[in-house]
Write a protein of this length. Structure first.
Length: 414
């Protein structure tokens, strides 16, 4: 944490955490409503399950491909530009999606512009800003805005289901887009310029690093290390595991006989539990090391996926609750671990660009996982093969942390 102990300094740091929390909650809470929109939009547009699931794949691919741009925006132009661009893209995208006359327009709005906006609002900006003001206990600090993903999943999907039930899917999209756009004027009230500058200690360290022979870590130098590609592989495998399940979970539970609001609420509950899990893993990683924290989180995720698969055999609330508890607690828990590892291995002014490029793995893995899950559903007629692929991907992510020496060593100690 910075050396400033005065009251104004503490209020500023709290404001910084609140801003990154709120932006992350919008970035992922709004876009994760796709799980609720899947069935009504599929029926409304008259498309197949694989075709409508392309929306989530386009969203995540757009997120991944625009992540390096988001990293450059925050590093070069600052938080005000990055957040303004993100809110505009996300809000306009959802207004467009609600007016879509066909699949192409829906893909453009909820998919492309949704991913573009989410990348600029989410953890790329948060990691760049927080690493400039906090130096110790990064696992716990990063977990605060990361937990906003779960808070958004708890809040937005059930409210969206209620909006769809009261009106229709088009109006629900327009309401979400309008809510995001209404946040734009609030950016004027927040000291984003000061947040972008970083603490005096951070600026001094960056200046010293820049004048040194090594010049500090850049994206180019980081990409020449095994640790960077190990993190890339872990992020991709983790995303395949998460998004091979998440976008399909509501539709799966409904098709297994659960009430739509119950299914949407179960999805939202995974978000609530993820807040607890992310904060717990962040706290735990600062005490027992990120390696063992990651290991426990992957094992919980795998157990949760298995419980969800068993719902097709025994469609009981008990198994649904087991999925919500096990999978939900660890949903997003690897994110703070990966960001803290980036900040530790590649310190300096390039954290935003480095993490942004690593987010390519998240986007491509999530796109592959969501689309591959739908394709396997179309081929086999059930989600068992889809969720089996997700469990295997989680195993691969776990093995990466243990098998890449630089990652294992960097994450062994708190």
């Amino acid at each position: 944490m910075t050396s400033s102990t005065d009251e104004a300094g503490r209020k500023f740091l709290i404001t910084l955490l609140v801003v990154t929390f709120v932006m992350n909650m919008l970035a992922r809470g709004v876009t994760e409503t796709f799980a609720v929109f899947l069935l009504p939009v599929q029926q409304g547009l008259g498309v197949s399950r694989t075709e409508i699931t392309l929306t989530y794949s386009v969203f995540m691919l757009s997120y991944g491909l625009s992540a390096p741009l988001a990293g450059q925006l925050i590093d070069r132009l600052g938080a005000r530009v990055a957040y303004g661009f993100g809110l505009t893209s996300l809000g306009c995208g959802y207004v467009l999606a609600g007016s879509a006359g066909g699949l192409g327009q829906y893909l453009l709005g909820a998919g492309f512009f949704g991913g573009l906006g989410s990348a600029s609002l989410g953890m790329i900006a948060a990691s760049a800003l927080l690493s400039r003001w906090f130096t110790g206990r990064m696992g716990a600090i990063i977990s605060v805005p990361y937990a906003a993903i779960g808070a958004g999943m708890l809040l937005f999907p059930p409210l969206t289901q209620l909006a769809i039930s009261a009106t229709d899917w088009r109006t629900a999209h327009h309401l979400l887009g309008g809510l995001v756009l209404l946040t734009l004027p609030l950016l004027v009230l927040v000291p984003l310029g000061k947040m972008t500058k970083g603490s005096p200690e951070w600026r001094a360290a960056r200046s010293q690093t820049t004048m040194s022979d090594t010049g500090g870590w850049t994206l180019s130098s980081a990409a020449r290390t095994p640790a960077f590609w190990g993190l890339f592989a872990a992020y991709m495998a983790t995303s395949i595991a998460a998004y091979g399940v998440l976008p399909h979970s509501v539709a799966y539970l409904i098709e297994e006989g659960f009430n739509p609001l119950v299914a949407a609420s179960a999805f939202g509950m995974t978000g609530m539990l993820s807040v607890i899990g992310i904060l717990a893993i962040g706290w735990l990683s600062d005490r027992i090391g990120r390696l063992w924290s990651a290991t426990y989180s992957y094992l919980f995720t795998i157990a949760g996926i298995v419980a969800l698969m068993l719902v097709s055999v025994w469609p009981t609330l008990l198994l649904a609750y087991a999925f919500v508890l096990l999978f939900g607690l660890m949903q997003g828990a690897r994110g703070p671990i990966i960001i803290a590892t980036v900040a530790r291995l590649f310190p300096g002014g390039g954290v935003g660009a480095i993490y942004g490029t690593l987010s390519l793995a998240m986007g491509s893995g999530a796109g592959l996982g969501s689309w591959g899950s739908a394709a396997l559903y179309e081929i086999t007629g059930s989600y068992l093969a889809s969720f089996g692929l997700a469990a295997a991907a989680a195993c691969a992510g776990l093995l990466t942390f243990w098998c890449v020496p630089s990652l294992r060593e960097a994450n062994t100690n708190p």
